[in-house]
Design a protein around this ligand. Structure first.
Ligand code: 0O2
Length: 222
């Protein structure tokens, strides 16, 4: 990431400073969080609409669930200090892409791309970044399609563009990621190597089952 801020002011970037700023819950900070919440509502509605329309045409739902979360103030503070960013709403808006998070869990692998393409075609959505951890899984076996997008929200006297991180994955990928999150993600564990290999092995087995289920569906559709 581009380092925009002056390194000669190290005290600005301390975890303590970020935490104190967050704890004050200033009006600009609370407003910003409310705007992210609005962006989550906009994006969630768009996926629900796509799901509804798809089910009319194809008699099945490509989306199993749409979940969302607003990053906690403590996690925002931690990320600001880790990225050596100053505690300010400007820095949050410019450099933290996942304050608003939406997770779309789809039935089959093809559904992930169909739903993502239909969403990205909408003319009020701007794609900022795409990371395809399905085509290129992480070393530990993590699979998902990540999109960073901007969506407009309409307030009483202004229109604002807000960033949202969208994670699209299949039920199988979600099953692995949820359990990985509980077992290991960001935790320090003693038998790290063994756990890493076991989790990766599980991820590969789950991916194989995902592919077999997709194939089964294709065979039946044909
Ligand atoms: P949480 O608790 O889920 O919110 P950055 O977001 O800039 O710090 P990076 O590496 O560019 O870092 O983001 P990336 O790779 O797109 O991943 C961000 C999110 O993807 C994570 O958010 C997780 O939700 C999910 N994720 C990534 N890798 C893994 C993984 O190995 N296992 C699991 N279970 N989830 C993963 P957070 O904020 O880190 O965590």
């Amino acid at each position: 990431m581009e380092q925009k801020y002056n390194d000669s002011l190290p005290q600005l970037f301390s975890r303590d400073n970020a935490r104190k700023w967050i704890e004050r819950r200033t009006m600009p900070f609370r407003s910003l969080m409310a705007y992210y919440n609005c962006a989550i509502m906009e994006v969630t509605t768009k996926f629900n609409v796509l799901n509804e329309e798809f089910s009319l045409q194809h008699d099945r739902n490509p989306i199993e669930t749409v979940k969302s979360r607003l990053k906690s103030p403590e996690s925002i503070a931690e990320k600001l200090s880790r990225k050596r960013l100053p505690p300010s709403t400007d820095a949050v808006e410019k450099y933290i892409n996942d304050v608003a998070g939406v997770r779309v869990v789809c039935s089959f692998i093809d559904d992930v791309y169909t739903v993502a393409d239909a969403f990205l075609m909408q003319d009020d959505i701007t794609l900022i970044e795409i990371k395809d951890y399905i085509k290129n899984p992480k070393d530990n076996g993590y699979r998902s399609l990540h999109l960073i997008i901007e969506v407009p929200i309409f307030l009483s006297d202004e229109k604002r563009s807000m960033k949202v991180e969208i994670q699209l994955r299949t039920i199988a990928m979600d099953f692995w990621a949820s359990l990985d999150h509980q077992i290991k993600y960001k935790k320090h564990i003693s038998n790290e190597e063994h756990v890493f290999h076991e989790l990766k092995d599980c991820a590969n087995s789950i991916a194989e089952i995902d592919r077999r289920m997709s194939k089964l569906k294709e065979d039946i559709d044909d």
